[in-house]
Design a protein around this ligand. Structure first.
Ligand SMILES: Cc1cc2nc3c(=O)[nH]c(=O)nc-3n(C[C@H](O)[C@H](O)[C@H](O)COP(=O)(O)O)c2cc1C
Length: 281
């Protein structure tokens, strides 16, 4: 798919918005969003289904909730998948691409993977029987200030912080950190990955440059996904893939994602190989 907005600008503008104004999304922007959703693709060969929901058009709206986390949002977008390999990565990739597009349109969003009434939203969004609803996002205009619970949440997960390059990116093996100056053509794309959102801001993505390929690993947070029945940090991996691929494409670099070229390097505990980006020259 072709991205027709600046990734750097959109990544810079995107921030989780949990406090909304009552201003609805204009019809013109809604149409743009619908068109954008139609053109969405992901490199993981899995289907992601998107569902819109307007709070005030439903008799169900009183029951649907986000435990006070999201305030005053009128519109929601949910993404459902069949629970098969690489579907969570596909969902992360496509939904983050939508959120970057919305940031470009000055519309606020917030990934919700945990703090929402999943059963209620599954019904209201008419999610298919064989599907799961791993995440939704409110869509709307941000209030000028954050609500109290939002401020506390952001402080708790240190939402404004990101790990240093040396903790995230490696060269040849996991003992050797990759300095910004060594990353050459990849400096921009890796920096865009570093700034991505992740569940509880855990930033589980780790990237190893080896033999000209870019290998993506998940540094799993022990027990974090136990309550979900699936690995929620795989969504974060898909988000990282989106930030990476949109960035390299913007620079005119060509390549593809594959998941069968594990370089079999020695791994630190809790580290898992997920996929690789191979440049095609
Ligand atoms: C997969 C995923 C699930 C998330 N789930 C929630 C959630 O349930 N509730 C919430 O308030 N924030 C949730 N977040 C938002 C993160 O806490 C947020 O992205 C992170 O703290 C970084 O802050 P920022 O988005 O403002 O940059 C989620 C983010 C991701 C990527």
């Amino acid at each position: 798919m072709n991205i027709n907005f600046s990734i750097e600008e959109a990544v810079g503008k995107r921030v989780s918005v949990r406090n909304y104004t009552s201003q609805p999304i204009e019809d013109e922007k809604r149409t743009l969003l619908t068109e954008f959703l139609k053109g969405l693709e992901n490199p993981f060969n899995q289907k992601v289904n998107f569902h819109f929901f307007d709070m005030d058009q439903s008799s169900e709206d009183q029951k649907l909730g986000t435990y006070g986390v999201i305030q005053k949002a009128k519109h929601f977008l949910g993404a459902s998948i069949r629970p098969v390999p690489r579907a969570l990565e596909a969902l992360g990739y496509e939904m983050e691409t939508v959120m970057l597009y919305l940031a470009h349109l000055d519309i606020g969003t917030c990934w919700l993977g945990g703090t929402f009434d999943r059963k209620g939203f599954v019904q209201a969004l008419h999610v298919g029987e064989n599907e799961i609803l791993p995440a939704i996002t409110p869509i709307g205009y941000a209030q000028s200030s954050r609500h109290l619970q939002e401020v506390l949440m952001r402080t708790f997960v240190q939402a404004h912080k990101r790990l240093e390059w040396s903790k995230l990116f490696f060269y040849n093996d996991f003992q050797t950190g990759l300095a910004k100056e060594q990353a050459n053509n990849y400096t921009f794309a890796l920096e865009m990955v570093r700034l991505a959102p992740s569940a509880s801001n855990k930033q589980p993505w780790r990237i190893l440059l080896k033999d000209g390929n870019v290998h993506f690993y998940e540094y799993k947070t022990p027990k974090y996904s136990d309550a979900f029945g699936y690995d929620i940090q795989r969504i974060d991996m898909g988000i990282a893939a989106a930030h990476f691929e949109h960035s390299v494409k913007e620079l005119g670099m060509i390549g593809k994602f594959v998941w069968d070229v594990d370089p079999k390097v020695e791994l630190p505990q809790h580290m898992e190989y997920v996929f690789s980006w191979i440049p095609l020259v």
